[in-house]
Design a protein around this ligand. Structure first.
Ligand SMILES: [Mn+2]
Length: 226
């Protein structure tokens, strides 16, 4: 099973990456398919075509996007279209604007966003989650708060070495944020975790890591998209 980091509309790099992964291998995506990058519409379309062999997690960006339409008075909803968060770029990729309703999205995309995204995936040997976990809450994933699984950053990165549970694969925090710009293509190697957001949309790479063997496949971004 291959774990794939944040895509953020980087369709060119996603297509390249999937060329290099055997067609029968299972995929698990850590979330953040949309926003900021060139073509969120095409990314969702490609993911839907891979659904027979894939597990999809929800990222904070899908969560904001859904909130924008389904919980419009929430703080998350309002942040989706802030400059920098990329919601407007996503709308543009659909040929839409803020004036459109959720029903304007293709039905299969709406169905994908509402019904196919999980907060985490737990395997016998590892866990996959978008952002990380709160180590204080213990090792049972049921005890974690959804908001942390989608949004946690410093409280996870700083205390990762205290985690006593299974190996965790996550995205959300670009490697350059932790390792520095010079190492933006490297994954974040913790004591019991691997951070796979190598910041494709910022001009880093799109990364897939084989959960069992640790093999890496990386596609450097064509350019920085923001
Ligand atoms: Mn992200």
């Amino acid at each position: 099973m291959w774990v794939i980091g944040d895509v953020h509309g980087c369709i060119y790099e996603l297509n390249q990456l999937l060329e290099l992964i055997p067609a029968d291998d299972q995929l698990i995506f850590v979330g953040d398919y949309v926003d900021r990058g060139p073509d969120s519409y095409q990314v969702i379309d490609r993911l839907i075509r891979e659904r027979h062999r894939s597990i999809f997690l929800m990222g904070n960006h899908e969560s904001m996007m859904l909130a924008y339409y389904l919980r419009p008075n929430s703080r998350e909803a309002m942040s989706w279209t802030y400059p920098g968060n990329g919601g407007l770029t996503t709308l543009r990729s659909y040929g839409m604007s803020e004036a459109n309703t959720f029903e304007a999205f293709p039905e299969n995309h709406r169905e994908f966003l509402m019904n196919e995204l999980h907060l985490y995936y737990e395997h016998a040997e590892f866990i996959v989650v978008h952002a990380g976990v709160r180590v204080d809450l213990g090792t049972r994933m049921d005890d974690q708060h959804p908001e942390d699984l989608l949004w946690i950053r410093e409280d996870w990165i700083r205390r990762e070495h205290e985690w006593k549970g299974k190996t965790i694969f996550y995205g959300h925090t670009p490697a350059r944020y932790v390792l520095g710009f010079e190492q933006q293509h490297d994954i974040i190697r913790g004591e019991k975790s691997f951070g796979l957001d190598t910041g494709c949309v910022y001009g880093g790479s799109l990364t897939a890591m084989h959960a069992r063997t640790g093999e890496l496949i990386q596609i450097p971004a064509q350019r920085s998209y923001i």
